[in-house]
Design a protein. Structure first.
Length: 486
C-alpha cells in the first residue's frame, strides 16, 4: 500500500554465538548465513486465531522487493519509489496491549490502530524488547525477556499480532530494542543479569533515589562485554523470528521501518565505550538484516550535552546508522512551567526552535535524514485529569509541527513522532499516581505520573492539530511523485 493510498508460556532460546559477536567487533564479518529455504508468505490476518506452530521459513527480499522497505536517500526517506514523510506517534505499549496475556486487549488495540490510521498517523514507535523480572518496580509488566534466554510467549505472540495488524493498515513500526531508563527494564537489568551488580539503584520516586546515581550506573553497560552480548542475543532472536501471523521473518517484514538501538541512550563519561556500542550494534544488526534502517534512538544533544555525553553529529556518524534521531522536552529540561505558562511558553518555544534548527543543520553535514521522534507538553495547569483542557498543548503542537513540516518541505526533516498515544486508556483516580500492574496502559510509562503527556482518543482538538499536519506531510510525498530511478 502506497503512503498516498491510504505470560503463560515461556520459551528458551539459544545463546548468542560468541564467534559472530567477535567477528562483528573486529569488522571481519562480511555476510550472514541463510536460515532455511524461502517460501511465499501468507497474507497477514491478525484477527484470526493463530495455530500453535510458528513457521521456520519465510519470504526473502525477492518476494517483497526493495521498494517495500523504507530506505534512506541523502537527507530524505523513500518508500515505494516516493519520498516518505510522516507525523507519527509513540505507542510503546503496543506489544503488551496486543498480547493475549495480562494487560492485553486486542479489540482495544485494533480500534486504536484504526483511529490512528484515520487521523493519518501511520508511523508508530514501539518497544520491541523489554526486560524483566516482573517483580521489579515501575516497569512494564509483563516483560518480554524474563531472564537471559527466556521469553514470554504471550508477548512474542502479541508483537507478531501488532506487526501483522500494522501491515494490514499500511503502517510502519520503529522497533526500539533497549532503554536507558528503567521503565522497560533497560540497560541496568543487563548489568544485574551478568553479575556486574546485585541490584539497580533506582531513581525517584524511590525513596532516596537519585537520577545522577542511576545514570552513572547504567552507563557502565556500554563497556561491559557480557551485558552487551546478552543485549545482542535478544536482538538476534527477534530479527530472526518468524511472525506466526504473516509467516515472515522480522528481517524481511515490510511493516518494520527501522531497528532502534535504544530509547535515549546516554554516554555520560563513557564516551569511547558508548560510541563502540553504537558502531558494533549497528553493524551486528546490518549483518543480520540488510533490508531495514538502523538508528540510535538518541535524544540528540539534550539540554545538557556536557552531562549526558551526547552529541548529535558524532553519535550518528557510524556507517551502520542510517538516520538521526532527536527528542526535545521543554518541560523536562526546565524551559517551560505549565503553572507559569504565560511567562514561560514563549522562551521555551524559542529554545525548542533553536534546538531543532541546530540538529537540522548538522544532519545536513551527515547527509542523513533526521526524525524528531519525541516531543510533548503537559495538560493545562499540569493537570493529570483526562478531562482537563489542553489549550497550551494544542498551541505548542501546532507551532512545532508547522515548523517541522516547513523543514520537511525543504527536504531537511523526514518525520516526527508525538509523545504519546493513550487511546482508550485512562489513568486510575486519584490522578497523578504512578502505574502499577493491573492499571490500564496509557501513553505515560510506569515511571512517570500517569496522565502527564498522554493523548486520549477523546482529545479531539489535539488530534485535529496532529491530523492536519499529518496530511500536510503526506501531501509532500504525493505532490513529488515517484522517482523513476527507484
Amino acid at each position: 500500500m502506497s503512503p498516498c493510498e491510504i505470560h503463560a508460556g515461556l520459551v528458551t532460546r539459544t545463546r548468542l554465538r560468541a564467534p559472530l559477536l567477535a567477528a562483528i567487533a573486529a569488522g571481519l564479518l562480511t555476510s550472514c548465513s541463510p536460515i532455511g529455504d524461502p517460501e511465499p508468505d501468507a497474507d497477514a490476518d491478525p484477527e484470526s486465531a493463530p495455530g500453535d506452530q510458528v513457521g521456520t521459513t519465510t519470504a526473502e527480499l525477492g518476494r517483497h522487493g526493495r521498494r517495500d522497505f523504507v530506505v534512506a536517500d541523502g537527507t530524505g526517506l523513500r518508500l515505494h519509489g516516493r519520498p516518505y514523510h510522516f507525523v507519527g506517534t509513540n505507542y510503546w505499549q503496543a506489544m503488551n496491549l496486543a498480547s493475549r496475556g495480562p494487560g492485553g486487549d486486542r479489540a482495544r488495540f485494533l480500534r486504536e490502530l484504526d483511529a490512528l490510521r484515520d487521523a493519518g498517523i501511520t508511523n508508530l514507535r514501539i518497544m520491541a524488547i523489554t526486560e524483566g523480572p516482573d517483580s521489579e518496580m515501575l516497569r512494564i509488566v509483563p516483560a518480554l525477556v524474563q531472564a537471559p534466554g527466556v521469553y514470554d510467549e504471550d508477548l512474542l505472540d502479541g508483537l507478531d499480532f501488532a506487526i501483522a495488524a500494522m501491515r494490514q493498515r499500511g503502517m510502519k513500526a520503529v522497533m526500539t530494542l533497549g532503554n536507558e531508563w528503567h521503565w522497560s527494564g533497560g540497560f541496568g537489568q543487563y548489568l544485574v543479569w551478568t553479575g556486574a551488580a546485585d541490584s539497580i539503584p533506582y531513581p525517584p520516586p524511590r525513596e532516596g533515589g537519585d537520577w545522577d546515581e542511576y545514570q552513572r550506573f547504567v552507563s557502565q553497560f556500554y563497556g561491559d562485554p557480557d551485558a552487551v552480548s546478552l543485549y545482542l542475543e535478544n536482538i538476534e532472536n527477534l530479527v530472526e523470528r518468524v511472525n506466526r501471523y504473516t509467516h515472515t521473518r522480522y528481517r524481511d517484514e515490510p511493516a518494520i521501518m527501522a531497528w532502534e538501538l535504544a530509547n535515549e541512550p546516554r554516554a555520560l563519561q563513557q564516551t569511547s565505550a558508548y560510541l563502540d556500542w553504537i558502531a558494533t550494534s549497528a553493524a551486528f544488526i546490518k549483518q543480520l538484516d540488510p533490508n531495514h534502517l538502523v538508528t540510535t534512538g538518541s535524544e540528540g544533544d539534550t539540554s545538557s550535552p556536557s552531562y549526558s555525553g551526547t552529541e548529535y553529529l558524532r553519535d550518528h556518524s557510524a556507517g551502520g546508522i542510517d538516520y538521526g534521531t532527536a527528542h526535545f522536552w521543554v518541560q523536562n529540561w526546565g524551559w517551560y512551567d505549565p503553572l507559569r505558562a504565560e511567562e514561560t511558553y514563549g522562551p521555551a518555544t524559542d529554545m525548542a526552535r533553536a534546538y531543532i534548527a541546530s540538529h537540522v543543520e548538522r544532519t545536513a553535514l551527515l547527509d542523513k535524514p533526521i526524525v524528531f521522534e519525541e516531543f510533548g507538553l503537559a495538560r493545562d495547569q499540569q493537570s493529570f485529569d483526562p478531562d482537563s483542557t489542553v489549550a497550551w498543548r494544542d498551541r505548542y503542537y501546532g507551532e512545532m509541527l508547522d515548523d517541522l513540516v516547513d523543514f520537511a518541505q525543504e527536504g531537511q526533516v523526514a518525520g516526527t513522532n508525538s509523545w504519546a498515544w493513550a487511546g482508550e486508556g485512562r489513568p486510575v483516580s486519584p490522578f497523578g499516581l504512578w502505574w502499577v500492574p493491573g492499571d490500564p496502559f496509557i501513553g505515560d510509562p510506569p515511571h512517570e505520573q500517569q496522565g502527564w503527556y498522554s493523548i486520549y482518543d477523546t482529545d479531539a482538538s489535539t488530534m485535529a492539530v496532529i491530523a492536519e499536519r499529518a496530511d500536510a506531510m503526506s501531501d509532500l510525498d504525493c505532490r513529488r511523485g515517484a522517482d523513476a530511478a527507484w
